[in-house]
Write a protein that binds this ligand. Structure first.
Ligand code: ZN
Ligand code: ZN
Ligand code: ZN
Length: 372
């Protein structure tokens, strides 16, 4: 079992962030709730309109960051005096006053991507000499490197999702005559039954709906002779799974089979390209070249992958524009897709973690287009 982060781990992370603040010519950070705040404090804030924030300075004599919480939530916060100071704001006061008083008076402040515009705009009125810039590159960069324990956690949660994939591929989950929404509910229950703590999302897209990459499972009934695309993930002990497999109800056409062969070849090419030191863009391009060469380039309409960890989507983003290098400890999806509008769509998604000798799969379910 993975316990809560120790004070030592949190302090080390904070010092790394302070270095990044310095390097970005900023004077402080302001994080709203969410994965970044949890990464630095191990505290999970309530995602409501009352702001919880972590405020910290690069140096300026203030060593520890300050966790600013609504007064009524103070009792939820575990005191960790060697990691952070705690300050509260009351329901009848303006939270911006409390936050502004913990920030420097002027300079560049790095704010988390998910800080509400409501709060940033309020602070801008209180502290007109502060410049707010996004922190995503700095902290996303830190969170994107997983240690070996975190990489193992991703393999463990990946194996849980694989169990549900196997149930689909073995025909244990009835498809024909059921709606996408019914099947999605069934899968959600099974994600929990195999051991996930929570379900993050379930996509079930049948027939022409499979051509919509983020289809919302609806009232369409699965019929014989079509693609059914499944993409789902859950969370176990703080780490996320995310995998995509397609099945075919009855025999697939020669066209779909040929396209699936291209897709599987493209995915394998991307996995092979995911070597430490090579550009992330090369991972995307390795898959894209295979799909382009087969004439399906116009139908591969998204990046090949995204980082994963405490969040389903996080840094690094594996796009043809991201020239940053693949690093040992990165964890990301490799999920090429081919989508023919109004006809069919296919995607194949595995999570990999990067070790010194290349990509290690976190998913091991059958990668073929299984006929059910
Ligand atoms: Zn997606
Ligand atoms: Zn997915
Ligand atoms: Zn994904």
């Amino acid at each position: 079992m993975r316990g809560p982060a120790t004070d030592e781990v949190l302090i080390r992370r904070w010092h790394q962030v302070q270095d990044r603040i310095d390097a970005a010519d900023a004077v402080g950070i302001l994080l709203g709730g969410g994965a970044d705040l949890k990464y630095l404090t191990d505290y999970e804030a309530m995602p409501l309109e009352r702001i919880t924030a972590l405020v910290g300075r690069a140096t300026a004599g203030i060593e520890l960051p300050t966790l600013i919480v609504p007064e009524l939530e103070e009792a939820r916060v575990r005191p960790r005096p060697s990691v952070y100071a705690v300050r509260t704001w009351g329901d009848t006061t303006d939270s911006a006053t409390t936050i502004a008083s913990a920030l420097p008076r002027r300079g560049r402040i790095m704010v988390s991507d998910n800080l509400w515009a409501l709060h940033v705009l309020g602070l801008q009125r209180h502290a007109p000499n502060l410049e707010f810039v996004p922190i995503s590159e700095a902290i996303g960069g830190l969170r994107s490197i997983k240690n070996s324990e975190e990489r193992d956690a991703l393999a463990i949660v990946g194996a849980l999702a694989d169990k549900v994939v196997a149930q689909i591929q073995h025909g244990e989950i009835p498809l024909l005559g059921r709606t996408e929404a019914e099947i999605a509910n069934d899968i959600a229950d099974r994600l929990i039954a195999v051991g996930h703590d929570t379900v993050e999302f379930v996509i079930v897209a049948s027939g022409p709906n499979s051509a919509s990459p983020h289809h919302d499972p609806g009232l369409r009934t699965v019929r014989p002779g079509e693609v059914v695309l499944f993409d789902f993930g859950g969370r176990f002990e703080g780490f996320c799974s995310d995998t995509t497999r397609c099945v075919h109800t009855g025999p697939a056409s020669a066209e779909v089979l040929a396209a699936y062969e291209v897709l599987a070849t493209a995915q394998e090419a991307a996995v092979q390209a995911a070597q430490p030191g090579r550009p992330l863009a090369e991972v995307d391009l390795a898959a894209r070249r295979v799909i382009n060469a087969a004439g399906y380039g116009d139908y591969f309409i998204h990046r090949v992958g995204h980082g994963i960890g405490a969040e389903i989507h996080e840094h690094p983003y594996v796009t043809e524009l991201n020239t940053a290098p693949v690093q040992v400890g990165h964890a990301f999806s490799i999920e090429p897709g081919i989508y023919i509008p109004d006809e069919w769509g296919i995607r194949l998604e595995d999570i990999v973690v990067i070790e010194a000798d290349g990509a290690r799969h976190c998913n091991h379910s059958n990668r073929a287009l299984v006929e059910v």
